[in-house]
Design a protein around this ligand. Structure first.
Ligand code: GLN
Ligand code: ZN
Length: 721
């Protein structure tokens, strides 16, 4: 038995990755200094691997994103230098980003045409031939499956066109690690036949190719057995069915099984005896086993070493990426009969248990999940209450988090200013923002979220039962990182979390101010979630805390509440057969949060509009208004939504805030007009497609002025009819 690991986080213990690259972008660092720094970081990662595992792939590193690197390798795009490379990532030629499987990592989406003909660019092949250290590659199947721009019926033909390039790679490298996570998707027979044909053709006898899959099980595992791979990697943590399949169908004697047994997606320390049991079960059917991580390690923070302030009883329950490597070496020892002396305490203690919370969740019944009045009845009440114009305008919540806002927060965190001083500062910002929104002429106002760093971490810090970390950074795309909180215990709300700012904002204006909350599914999706109780229970615990918050809003006279659920799509399981279970609790949790006085208008926000497939579930959430992206994806999607019988109000995201461009009045008017062909005009709201925290004030002012003008013009035109 050998240990193998892959996908170690590249961010660095002190976020060196981010600092080096952003330093170069800001011209504080020369290209050479940046690249030298990254080399050092990469070799540091190699040393970390070496300490605990016997083998790992080479050339996993990237300056931004591996999908983009793969696109360059096959000449989908050409770049001459680093500046051109980053231009594809974030410049004027930037590719669109989307979520990588059901994770919060975003990759750059390559766009290929039907007649694309891959050409190998050797300079983009990192690494050097070294026995025992395979070259890391994203497999052609996954690459193509996640790329866009070609007709789906050209899939097989296109895939086979990668064959000469792939053969060329294998003529240089005898040891290769191919990531094919797309093998855990629901594939049809044609796709399976296509990759079988491809891999049968391209792999010569003498090469050592490891095929890696993760995030779930491979439904057609046997179809891999006669392909010329020397090793197959499977996920036994997030793809539990893999074990059943092997127990039932066996595993080929001539291949090595790389058994992913330590979790790459969550931070709970492995139970060494239990993992040993899995290995033993596998050994009854499999001759050659290596043990590995289940899923790449970059979904975990780098190291627990950096978290000195986590209480000991919690530390003993956690493993980040470095600790996973250590676990692998311990499990190997344990399997080989060695006495593992280290106390690897993975017992779940009753730390964080709250009986009242349990009781409250246990006593929930149907009524808690079902609103008393239908949308139509609520709509009448709310329209009376709010008295808004046709095409009401609003924003999604946050306003520019300027350098000053961040500086004040960091002063406060360091203790340079008092809580009171910081609170005063936030209030001045709120005051300025309320005046700003009134001047611009928006109809429904927000407080701006200046006090929030991150829409999940902010609530995590306020709630009991959730831990936040100092250095638990994870890349969400490029150099952007976030710190997922750790939900370790029962979640409860001690005090109101957001009312002070919301009430203050409302006190300054006669226009309605929206209460702003992050929904339970998104809190769960962007955190590490305890595994000792079902996730739906965690969701209901969170939902109750948020509902209590809304009850407080209502007492303070707030009439509109927005519950953001941007992660509901991303958290959707990869396999369709798991959708029902997931949406069942996700929808219920949302309904639980929002089951309040029917005169209170409930909004939700999702940053995209590609929910064709999940629309049936979205509809069940029973909100009153949903704001979605509309400027980029435009009308076809809106039409689909309408066809599915969507009879709620819809906030059209007519300004794509991911781009610094200021949308013109004409452009936005057109989007609205087009939407009017599909939706009743009484149901249309006008807003940007997401929060404005990453934008600058100048663009925000210009764009919102245009947005309000567009709405006013359309109103006038409508009235003139
Ligand atoms: N209310 C949040 C904001 O405006 C929503 C962010 C999001 O959808 N990702 O920033
Ligand atoms: Zn959004």
């Amino acid at each position: 038995m050998k240990t193998y690991a892959y996908g170690f986080p590249r961010i660095g213990k002190k976020r060196e990755f981010k600092k080096l690259i952003e330093g170069y972008w800001k011209k504080d660092l020369s290209e050479k200094d940046m690249l030298d720094g990254l080399k050092a970081l990469e070799s540091g990662i190699e040393n970390t691997y070496k300490k605990d595992v016997e083998s790992y792939p080479q050339a996993e590193f990237t300056l931004y994103d591996k999908m983009l690197d793969t696109a360059l390798l096959y000449s989908v795009y050409t770049v001459e230098n680093t500046a051109e490379y980053f231009d594809l990532c974030r410049g004027k030629n930037a590719l669109k980003m989307t979520k990588w499987f059901n994770t919060n990592y975003h990759y750059l989406v390559p766009v290929l045409t039907d007649n694309f003909n891959p050409q190998l660019k050797r300079e983009h092949l990192g690494g050097k031939e070294e026995p025992g250290s395979p070259l890391y590659l994203i497999g052609c199947f996954t690459f193509l499956k996640l790329s866009k721009g070609y007709e789906r019926d050209k899939f097989r033909e296109l895939l086979l066109r990668f064959a000469p390039c792939f053969r060329e790679i294998l003529s240089q490298f005898k040891n290769v690690h191919i990531d094919e996570p797309a093998f855990v998707m629901d594939l049809d027979m044609e796709e399976i036949d296509a990759f079988r044909e491809f891999y049968r053709e391209v792999i010569p006898e003498e090469t050592n190719v490891t095929l890696m899959t993760y995030y779930d099980s491979v439904d057609f595992l046997e179809k891999l057995y006669d392909l010329p791979f020397k090793a197959i990697g499977l996920d036994f943590v997030n793809g539990k069915e893999n074990l059943n399949i092997i127990q039932e169908k066996g595993f080929p004697d001539d291949k090595t099984l790389i058994a992913g047994i330590v979790d790459g997606r969550n931070v709970w320390r492995s139970h060494l005896e239990e993992t040993k049991n899995i290995v033993e079960k596998l050994s009854q059917k499999v001759k050659k086993i290596h043990i590995s991580n289940a899923g790449p390690l970059y979904h975990l923070p780098v190291s627990l070493d950096e978290e000195k302030s986590i209480p000991v009883e919690m530390r003993g329950r956690l493993s980040f990426a470095e600790e996973r490597l250590k676990e692998l070496s311990l499990i190997k020892k344990l399997c080989e009969g060695e006495d593992v002396k280290e106390s690897w305490n993975s017992k779940i203690t009753d730390f964080g248990i709250n009986k009242n919370v349990h009781k409250r969740v246990a006593s929930l019944d149907e009524k808690d999940f079902q609103k008393e009045l239908s949308y139509f009845e609520r709509n009448t009440l709310q329209r009376n209450e709010l008295d808004l114009p046709l095409f009401p305008t609003t924003t999604i919540g946050s306003y520019p988090q300027t350098a000053e806002v961040r500086k004040m927060r960091s002063h406060f965190r360091k203790g340079d200013i008092t809580e009171k001083e910081y609170g005063e500062y936030v209030k001045t910002e709120i005051q300025k923002l309320i005046r700003f929104q009134e001047d611009i002429g928006l109809d429904v106002l927000v407080h701006g979220e200046f006090e929030r760093t991150d829409m999940v971490e902010f609530f995590a810090e306020k709630l009991e039962g959730i831990l936040t970390t100092k250095n638990g950074w994870i890349i969400s795309y490029g150099t952007r990182c976030y710190r997922p909180p750790i939900i370790y215990g029962d979640v409860s709300r001690i005090d109101p979390m957001t009312t002070e700012e919301i009430f203050y904002a409302q006190s300054l204006t006669d226009k309605p101010v929206k209460g702003m909350l992050t929904g339970p599914v998104t809190i769960i999706a962007w955190s590490f979630v305890r595994r000792d109780i079902p996730t739906y229970d965690v969701a209901f615990q969170l939902a109750l805390c948020l509902r209590d918050e809304i009850m407080d809003y209502i007492k303070g006279g707030i009439k509109i509440v927005q519950i953001d659920e941007p992660a509901i799509r991303e958290k959707t399981p990869i396999k369709k057969r798991k959708w029902n279970d997931y949406f069942c609790w996700a929808v219920q949790a949302f309904k639980l949060v929002s089951n309040v006085d029917p005169a209170i208008q409930i909004h939700t926000h999702m940053c995209y509009s590609e929910f064709g497939e999940i629309l049936t579930y979205i509809k069940q959430m029973d909100f009153d208004v949903i704001s979605i992206e509309a400027s980029r994806s435009r009308l076809d999607i809106l039409e689909n939504i309408q066809k599915e019988g969507f009879n709620r109000q819809i906030g059209l995201g007519v300004w794509d805030i991911h781009s610094p461009a200021v949308p013109s009045i004409e452009f936005m008017k057109n989007v609205i007009k087009e939407a009017c062909k599909v939706f009743q005009k009484e149901n249309i709201w006008i807003n940007p497609d997401c929060g404005l925290k990453t934008r600058g004030w100048e663009e925000v002012t210009l764009s919102l002025k245009n947005l309000v003008s567009a709405a006013k013009k359309i109103r006038e035109e409508e009235l003139a009819l």
